[in-house]
Every structure is written in C-alpha cells, then in structure tokens.
Ligand binder design. Structure first.
Ligand code: SAM
Ligand code: SF4
Length: 320
C-alpha cells in the first residue's frame, strides 16, 4: 500500500514476545517488565493481522522479539505464515543462542533467511555485552545455518565495547558466504543512554584490511541496508545507519508489537491498538484501521532531536 508520502509499504516486522534469554547492554540489560500472556497476541490473532496486511499489499514478513525462539509453537506459526496466500517471504531475526535445534525444520518450512545478531567474535566480549556465556552456541548456529543452505546474515550493533570486534566479525564474510551488517546504535530504550562510535570509523577499520571495499548497488533483502563488496570477501558488508544515512524517504516497513500495537515509525510511541479491535465487538474493520495507520506513516524519524522522540519502550518490546 502507498502511504501519504508515496512510499510503498510492503514489509511488516512482527514481534512475537518481549521476553529474551540475553541481557544486551544496549537493549534490555535489566530485563523488561513482564507482560502477562493474556496481553500478548495469540498466533491466530497475528495470522489474522497478517492476512489483512497481505490484502493491503504487504508481502514480506520479519519475525522478531525479544527473542522469537523463546516462544512456544513458533515453528507451526512460521509454517502457517509462509503458507498464507500472497506471502512472499518470511525471515527471522534471532540472537542465535537457541537456534541450532530449529534449523532443520526452519529449512524444511522454507524460511527465506535468518539474521543472527552477534556483536562480538569471541566469548569474552560476547559475555560482556550480552551477560551470557552462550557464544559458542551462536557461532555453531551460524556455521550450521550456512551449512544447511539458509540465507544467513550477521547483524552487529556498533558499540564502544566492540570496536576491536569489527574486523573479526567482518572476517566472517571472508570465511562464510554471509553478509555482515553493522547497525548504528539508535537512541531507543537503553540505546538513548549510550554513546557509540560512528559507522564511518568502523568503515575505516575495514578499509585498512580490504582497501578495495566499495559500494554496490544491489538489493540483498527487503530492508534498508547499504552494501559494500571486496574481492576478498564471500559475503557483503552492510550498513544500517539510520542516523548518519537516513533512509526514511524509502522506508517500506511497519511494526507490530507482541501486544498488538501497529507502529508506523520506530521513533514515535504512537500506533494503532489492533488487539483492542481484534478482541472487541467494535465494527471498525481491522483492515481499515491498518490502512489508516499505514497511510499516516510519518515522513521521517526524529532521532537527531532527542526531545522529539516519543517512543519510550525498550527495543525488545518493539522488535528492533
Ligand atoms: N533478540 C533478537 C535479536 O537480537 O536479533 C530479535 C530482537 S532484537 C530487539 C532485534 C535487533 O535490534 C537486533 O539486531 C538488535 O541488535 C537490535 N537492537 C536492539 N537495540 C538496538 C538499538 N538501541 N539500536 C540499534 N539496534 C538495536
Ligand atoms: Fe535480547 Fe535481542 Fe535485545 Fe539482545 S538485542 S537483549 S538478544 S532482544
């Protein structure tokens, strides 16, 4: 569907839960206020929303959280989502710690890609950032995901703590056919309290090792990443830098939180309460409410003006 600024909105990020088994320093170092099960959308409710989304022209779905793999029944849900008529792609974003036992079935379902969030290439720095000793599980899930033929990407948030991890993480693109994407820290939730290095300084580190790194004009998914290539790398280096390179003019996404808020823009707390609609006798049609929210999507984020940000949830409560 086309929004008020002429952008084609065809991508929905679905958060299945706000719970997570990690405590990333920039996301939810002290956890989140637990939401009761009754407040979380059921899979049936989410699928109902997805059907309406498809009717409005949304064809790409990203399943996220919290950690989506902590929610029971996710495989059956992904299978049902994949089989909805009009659904073109379903991808998953995960911290990778619980991924290994799911891989075989994810491949069978035909998952279109998995993004593994990994902010360090060794167990010590990983533990410092995530509060967890599960680095080896993530690394093995990365290897196994690639080995079983799933399109796999690594997402690393640029932090003060992982400046010495930029090169080792990027080297995974030399070792495996994976894209390694660096995400600029966004001032949402805990991220608003931290200062982080710029993507430019990370890129300088990469250029010192791969001087032929250069931008390529290719789409490697349905998100906002810009990609670069080097002859020495099997995968690409990606940049998701919402602050230094705003991509709002071509933003194609909306977000559904696990409690049923349809959020047109990451930066603003406002959204449409679809759970209330789904659970009430209200005659207003779900599709109409979604269409209104999509049409009214704001022109741009306001990350550069801290006071204008009205989103005060943590990233784990939104889904990233
Ligand atoms: N637990 C899953 C994971 O980590 O991939 C999915 C949810 S997590 C909220 C989704 C993405 O948001 C992750 O790649 C994470 O690194 C990123 N993220 C969280 N807080 C962020 C922030 N303040 N700025 C930029 N990215 C952030
Ligand atoms: Fe959990 Fe993902 Fe947030 Fe880390 S970034 S605490 S893995 S939800």
């Amino acid at each position: 569907m086309i929004d008020q600024f002429g952008r084609n909105i065809d991508y929905l990020r679905i958060s299945l839960t706000d719970r997570c088994n990690l405590r990333c320093s920039y996301c939810m170092p002290n956890g989140v206020c637990p939401v009761s099960h009754a407040e979380i959308l059921s899979y049936e409710e989410i699928l109902c929303i997805c059907k309406e989304a498809i009717a409005l022209g949304i064809t790409h779905f990203k399943v996220t959280g919290g950690e989506p793999l902590v929610r029971k029944g996710i495989l059956a849900f992904l299978q049902q989502l994949k089989s909805l008529s009009g659904c073109e792609t379903v991808t998953l974003t995960s911290n990778g710690t619980l991924l290994n036992p799911f891989l075989k079935e994810l491949r069978e379902i035909g998952i279109d890609g998995i993004n593994i969030s990994l902010d360090a290439a060794n167990a010590v720095v990983f533990a410092r950032i995530t509060g967890s000793s599960l680095y080896e599980q993530v690394f093995s899930a990365l290897c196994n995901s690639v080995a079983c033929g799933i399109k796999t990407k690594i997402n690393c948030v640029l932090l003060a703590e992982n400046q010495d991890q930029i090169l080792p993480l990027a080297s995974f693109a030399q070792q495996f056919p994976v894209d390694v994407r660096f995400i600029e820290l966004m001032p949402i939730g805990e991220g608003a309290t931290l200062s982080a290095p710029s993507p430019k300084s990370a890129r300088e580190q990469l250029l010192s090792v791969w001087p032929d790194l250069h931008p390529v004009d290719e789409r490697r998914g349905f998100g906002p990443a810009r990609y670069e290539q080097s002859a020495a790398l099997l995968g690409r280096i990606g940049w998701i830098d919402a602050l230094s390179h705003s991509f709002c003019a071509s933003c194609n996404r909306i977000r559904l939180t696990s409690t049923g808020l349809l959020k047109p823009c990451l930066c603003y707390g406002e959204g449409r309460d679809l759970r209330r609609l789904l659970r009430s006798d209200n005659q207003e049609s779900l599709r109409e409410a979604m269409a209104e929210a999509i049409f009214a999507k704001p022109a741009a984020h306001c990350f550069q003006e801290q006071n204008a940000i009205t989103e005060h949830r943590k990233m784990a409560e939104i889904g990233g």
